[in-house]
Ligand binder design. Structure first.
Ligand code: HEC
Length: 195
């Protein structure tokens, strides 16, 4: 019994390939353009994506996105129970970009005139009005709650405004967190008398 199909009558059409398996024959068809374009497009995309992700690192990694989401959650928890006498809470906030970025924005708009963008104040430029906030020598104490207290009442006689009444507790706490992000927990603190 010969069940081979007859070749198509159109000789310009796709040719039949010579093999036969289980009575099945194959045309030698060209793949359709939409299919080829999808394939080449996917290859091109994979190269661009690989470059952006692995080499240029333009896209945030999954790990970084998880860290950012966790920081948001931690920030929401801490913000719901700010206790300005709790040094550990301030240190935790200082490791959380949600607080330090917010604090940085406040500092950049309100504090840099006197303490400079580097926060080094007189430490960078002796002509600056404010002292260095990044060194370990403090005038009014360098523990988190002492820094908070300085921001709360200011040092009006020396030209340091009181900020907490203007900013409120949350923003002031963010500022403290940002200042602390320039310090290490447990670093030795010296309290100096103002020169
Ligand atoms: C108009 C100028 C001025 C501005 C603006 C200013 N400060 Fe000050 N700040 C000072 C001066 C002057 C002192 C030093 C006070 C002293 O000698 O007792 C000081 C001291 C401080 C201290 C205490 C430093 C220490 O060694 O104990 C902190 C903390 C501080 N400023 C934070 C800030 C923050 C945060 C802001 C912005 C929200 C800010 N300051 C804005 C002038 C300023």
């Amino acid at each position: 019994m010969n069940s081979h199909p007859t070749p198509p009558p159109d000789q310009n059409g796709p040719a039949l390939r010579p093999h036969i398996y289980d009575g099945i024959q194959e045309f030698d068809q060209r793949l359709p353009n939409w299919w080829l374009n999808t394939l080449y497009g996917a290859i091109a995309f994979s190269i661009v994506f690989w470059f952006a992700h692995m080499i240029a690192k333009i896209l945030p990694t999954d790990g970084a996105r998880v860290d950012a989401a966790m920081a948001q959650i931690a920030a929401a928890k801490m913000a719901s129970s700010i206790d300005v006498t709790n040094d550990q809470l301030f240190w935790d906030m200082s490791a959380n970009p949600v607080f330090t970025e917010a604090g940085k924005a406040t500092v950049n708009s309100l504090c840099v005139a006197c303490h400079l963008a580097s926060l080094k104040g007189k430490g960078e430029n002796p002509g600056a009005v404010g002292p260095d906030l990044t060194d370990t020598a403090w005038i009014h104490g360098g523990t988190p709650k002492e820094i908070y207290a300085t921001l709360k009442s200011g040092v009006l006689a020396k030209g340091m405004p009181a900020w907490e009444p203007v900013l409120g507790q949350k923003k002031t706490a963010e500022v403290v967190a940002y200042l602390l992000s320039h310090h290490k927990q447990g670093e030795p603190i010296t309290v100096e008398i103002a020169k």
